[in-house]
Design a protein around this ligand. Structure first.
Ligand code: F6P
Length: 319
């Protein structure tokens, strides 16, 4: 029986260890593994090839995805989904494992309903914004990239009398920024989930500067869309020379951490086990240190939430 894997949407660390586990575990289970290159775009254009152990040798240490990824507008048009289906049929593929975000899962859900190709989604995005799972593949590596950058910025910050603003990714979700702020000792953290109060921040910092504070670090989620403005505000209103660092796509790269390699192994094992035991439209989730699958319709109908404990601490960094 043919089973294929693809990486879809924004790439992240952990995808390559997942691809390696997929090929090895499929073979162990007596399945015939296939690799789909370039995500949904490659599925439409038939960039599909059978996989062997040799294809995945040595990839466990690499960031990104050796299969490449894409965001596909074409897949939302019925004629291209038909083309994708014809390609899978021609290869004898009946099952798909998809590493991606909820946009990709939604597309595959439509595909399953139309053509009956069973799929299992694995949450893989640095944003950690998929409903129902505490953890998405790639998050730990991204957090470590931010931690390293922030620690290094702290070295230069503490050698001057300056404020540093660091903008993190995350789209509409403040998880990366908040966890980074809490684990790097930042003084300000602005995320979409929490309101902020510039007047109160100003009073706090002016008092702290009078009391001997020489530098500060602010972490701002891209979803707030305020990092350049905050940098100017620190100079003009708080009276501290300020610099902005936008970490951008550095957060998507890097060799996967041990945690991401291990989670990739577990996510893929559960996904293949679910497919061979008859699950057709599942998404693997991680909750309370356990992994299982739930249906895609549940996953796409909910909204992810950051732990209230983290939010409560984060609130102190907004005022
Ligand atoms: O979803 C992952 C992510 O890295 C977001 O954090 C970011 O907003 C977006 O992708 C960037 O997308 P692109 O690489 O297409 O510019």
């Amino acid at each position: 029986m043919g089973i294929a894997i693809m990486t879809s949407g924004g790439d992240c660390a952990g995808m390559n260890p997942g691809i390696k586990r997929f090929v090895e575990y499929s073979i162990e289970k007596g399945l015939k593994p296939y690799l789909i290159c370039d995500g949904l775009e490659g599925l439409i254009d038939n960039r599909i090839q059978p996989a062997t152990h040799a294809d995945v040798a040595g990839i466990i240490t690499k960031g990104g995805s050796v299969l490449r990824s894409s965001r596909s507008a074409r897949f939302f048009e019925p004629e291209y989904r038909q083309q994708a289906y014809d390609n899978l049929k021609a290869h004898g593929i009946d099952m798909l494992v998809v590493l991606g975000g909820d946009g990709s899962f939604r597309a595959l859900d439509v595909f399953y309903r139309e053509f009956g190709i069973a799929f299992c989604g694995i949450p893989a995005t640095i944003d950690n914004d998929i409903f129902g799972t505490d953890y998405c593949l790639g998050v730990d590596t991204a957090l470590n990239v931010i931690r390293q950058a922030t620690d290094q910025i702290r070295d230069t910050a503490s050698s001057s009398r300056r404020a540093f603003v660091i903008e993190t990714m995350g789209r509409d979700c403040g998880y990366l920024a908040l966890v980074s702020a809490l684990t790097s000792g930042a003084e300000i953290c602005l995320i979409p989930e929490l309101p902020y109060d510039l007047d109160s921040l100003k009073k706090r910092f002016q008092a702290e500067i009078a009391d001997g504070r020489t530098y500060m670090i602010a972490i701002v989620s891209e979803g707030v869309d305020f990092a350049p403005q905050l940098t100017r505000w620190l100079e003009e209103e708080v009276g501290m020379e300020a610099r902005l660092t936008v970490l951008g796509h550095t957060q998507r790269g890097g060799s996967p951490t041990v945690l991401d390699r291990l989670r990739a192994f577990e996510f893929v094992t559960i996904a293949i086990d679910a497919l061979v035991t008859g699950s057709n439209d599942g998404v693997v989730f991680y909750k309370n240190c356990q992994m299982a699958t739930r249906s895609i319709s549940e996953v796409v109908s909910g909204r992810s939430e950051i732990s209230p404990v983290y939010l409560e601490e984060g609130r102190k960094l907004t005022r």
